[in-house]
Design a protein around this ligand. Structure first.
Ligand SMILES: [Zn+2]
Length: 401
């Protein structure tokens, strides 16, 4: 099962807006008070905190019983997720089976507010309807946007296809020039996208230097627009990646970028490049791919990122470190100094990731072999790769051998 949240717009009659706002305010007040108690008593256990705060919070905020329970969970969840939780604002409330219900025929939801249970119609399209079909969701979050609209994020469990083992793996290189490149040679050109992002960050830099109230407001709006653009793009790319994997019965392999920030930052890079790699956009893309792949039953593996761009995807020769400042990369082109293999640099990296992914996914398959002098015995002659090696390499080999 894969849990996803379905975002639905609520139709709220004017007279009920203040009721929702009052409940949101009460929930935020409760969270802030609970957080103070938890910090003072150093108590971060749900049950223990419940005994400490339940009664006084219900009396001061007049919230319903399950609202208070959810507020306790929200505080503890937030404290675990970030070290310094900010003040809770009246913008969202968590709902559970006792405070929320979905009515499929009516396309509406029942939500318990401080004044009691109210029903709201949903403004949703076929996409949301299909996801909610036959579901009896038991959790949701009600949100109020800055513009004053109300949305409800309904959690639904989707059945997933069983993940089968597959000998085929599509490697995906998340790049700086292109957003993503697959080992099949498909790529999502970063140029236009990067231009848009650079434009946003340029405006942002301009605005940030001013620091007036109106510039701060503009800053917030821009970041929201940039985020929505990025999200749309990542949904788009991840959908296509998963579709391609499904059609070709392959798995997907990515670089394990968990520690990429540190390792990349050790090398001198331009300010622009640093901003691009530190971007959480890559993280978001992988999260999207993972849940979509999970629904479609496609295995996703992560390969160690070391040397994927310096290694030749045909002979697996790695560019020697002693030649500092040089590499096999010439702009967009990768040219192996050992076997002469030429390829698009990003595709070459994606091929390496795919090869690593195959050996992670199917350990019994001999995935990677090496052509280097000292390790010749690892490379069985007569194998498929050997035939592809250029004659110059073979000649050199036979002389040595
Ligand atoms: Zn090579």
């Amino acid at each position: 099962m894969q849990t996803i949240s379905v975002k639905c717009k609520l139709q709220v009659p004017i007279e009920l807006r203040s009721e929702i706002d009052r409940t949101l305010q009460g929930f935020a007040d409760a969270c802030n008070q609970i957080y103070e108690v938890a910090k003072r008593e150093k108590c971060w256990n749900t049950t223990k905190l419940h005994h400490l705060v339940y009664k006084p919070i219900r009396e001061t905020t007049k919230l319903k019983a399950n609202h208070v329970c959810q507020a306790i969970r929200r505080v503890i969840g937030n404290a675990k997720a970030c070290r310094q939780p900010h003040k809770f604002r009246p913008t969202s409330i968590n709902l559970d089976a006792r405070t929320f219900e979905y009515f499929e025929e009516l396309q509406s939801v029942g939500v318990t507010l401080m004044c009691g249970r109210k029903q709201f119609k949903l403004s949703i399209g076929n996409y949301q309807l299909a996801l909610l079909k036959g579901q009896t969701p038991t959790a949701a979050t009600l949100n109020k946007t800055k513009r004053g609209d109300y949305y409800i994020n309904i959690c639904v469990d989707l059945p997933t296809d069983p993940t089968g083992k597959t000998p085929k793996v599509i490697g995906v290189d998340l790049g700086r020039r292109d957003i993503a490149t697959t080992s099949n040679g498909k790529s999502w050109s970063g140029e236009k996208i990067q231009a848009t992002r650079d434009r946003y960050s340029k405006v942002r830099a301009n605005v940030q230097s001013k620091r007036t109230r109106s510039s701060r407001r503009l800053l917030r709006r821009l970041s929201g627009r940039e985020q929505r653009f990025q999200k749309w793009l990542n949904h788009n790319i991840s959908k296509q990646l998963v579709q391609e994997a499904k059609q070709t019965n392959s798995g997907l392999a990515f670089e394990d970028l968990t520690n990429i920030r540190e390792s990349l930052n050790q090398k001198p890079r331009s300010k622009t490049e640093r901003r691009r790699t530190n971007n959480w956009a890559f993280y978001q893309l992988r999260v999207f791919v993972q849940y979509k792949a999970n629904i479609s039953g496609i295995p996703v593996v992560f390969a160690p990122p070391a040397y994927t761009s310096q290694t030749c995807s045909r002979c697996h020769h790695i560019h020697p470190e002693k030649d500092k400042g040089k590499s096999y990369r010439y702009g967009k082109l990768f040219k192996c100094g050992h076997c002469g293999f030429e390829c698009d640099a990003d595709v070459n990296a994606a091929l390496n990731i795919a090869a690593l992914g195959i050996s992670v996914n199917n350990p019994e398959v001999p995935g990677i072999t090496c052509l280097l002098e000292g390790q010749r015995e690892l490379f069985p002659t007569g194998s498929e790769n050997w035939d592809k090696a250029p004659t110059s390499t073979k000649r050199k080999r036979s002389k040595l051998g």
